[in-house]
Ligand binder design. Structure first.
Ligand code: MLT
Ligand code: MN
Ligand code: ZN
Length: 302
């Protein structure tokens, strides 16, 4: 299995276009930027799947040699897209894929509904490409080309803000607005887990990470109060569907074995700025737990 991390920042990226904080200013100066969260995964190194489609997708695709078409063709190695949420930072890039001859998108029922109504990507794409939409159901494996299997698991009912008023069959118990995926090779080989939006560490997460080689985990915020402290606002990370790194670290200790990489880092997160004061201590705690911070462009070969 191969995984190319295309982007490792939360919505807005780093630097964020309208932010002049110390860290965004430093990122502008040094070029130590992060693009918005998504990755590409392949079981055989030939058939690739995007997981999430960020607003930065076009430039992300151009940096990944394995995602280039063969010379003289329009035969893309991309076979489809799986979504972990309907959030704008995970879906705007679908519009960037409109030049594709055909496009396969896997998403849960509420995300599919949102992308055909409140944010009508489905209807918008229809005149441009032959899009096929498949419903992802937590607990039901998705068989992909290249000997890859994706096992989706439910991570919570946090809707995108644009879909707050979406009518439908949603009860308060709907838990598949956000999902993670456990990818395995069909022959029982390598295993990787991707969960960039983790509201709580549930028993389903314990099951998903058991025996995995690599776990790519929600690293949006370092602490629950980081956003409020850095921006003067009132929003705390639990209400935003993101378990802070400080609060997921103890679960890593309970689930040793995999290599843990934190991704989807918000630009307020000191972990996104290794040189910033106070980061060294937290990075050392991560290392002690078998964890590190993901980097844009990283290629994992499992
Ligand atoms: C999230 O991850 O919670 C969302 O992408 C936030 C946002 O950018 O609106
Ligand atoms: Mn996000
Ligand atoms: Zn900033």
């Amino acid at each position: 299995m191969k995984i190319r991390l295309l982007g490792t920042a939360a919505g807005g990226g780093l630097p964020q276009w309208n932010c002049g904080c110390v860290d965004c200013t430093a990122a502008r100066r040094t070029g130590a930027a992060r693009s918005q969260d998504c990755l590409a995964v392949s079981g055989d190194g030939r058939a690739w799947y995007l997981v999430n489609a960020s607003p930065d997708l076009r430039s992300q695709l151009l940096t990944a040699p394995e995602l280039a078409p063969a010379p003289g063709t329009r035969d893309t190695p991309l076979h489809g897209v799986l979504l972990t949420s309907g959030e704008l930072d995970h879906t705007i890039g679908l519009l960037t894929l409109r030049e594709a001859a055909a496009l396969t998108v896997h998403a849960t029922a509420p995300v599919r509904r949102a992308l055909h109504s409140a944010f009508p990507v489905g209807p918008l794409l229809a005149p441009y490409t032959k899009a096929q939409w498949h419903t992802v159901t937590p607990g039901e494996p998705v068989q992909l080309a290249g000997g890859l299997r994706a096992d989706p698991f439910a991570l919570g009912g946090k809707r995108p803000r644009y879909a707050a008023d979406l009518p439908g069959e949603d009860g308060p118990d709907r838990t598949d607005w956000v999902t993670g995926y456990r990818f395995t090779e069909q022959d029982g080989g390598a295993c990787a887990v991707y969960a960039p939006g983790l509201a709580d560490w549930t028993p389903a997460v314990d099951r998903a990470v058991a025996g995995a080689d690599v776990v790519l985990l929600d690293g949006t915020f370092s602490t629950a109060d980081e956003l409020a402290e850095r921006t003067g606002g009132a929003r705390r990370s639990p209400g935003m569907g993101h378990l802070a790194v400080r609060d997921s670290l103890p679960h890593l200790a309970r689930n040793p074995g995999p290599r843990y990489l934190y991704t989807h880092l918000n630009n307020t997160n000191p972990l996104a700025h290794p040189a910033s004061p106070g980061t060294a201590g937290l990075l050392a705690e991560l290392a002690a737990a078998g964890a590190a911070v993901a980097e844009d462009g990283l290629l994992l070969e499992l």
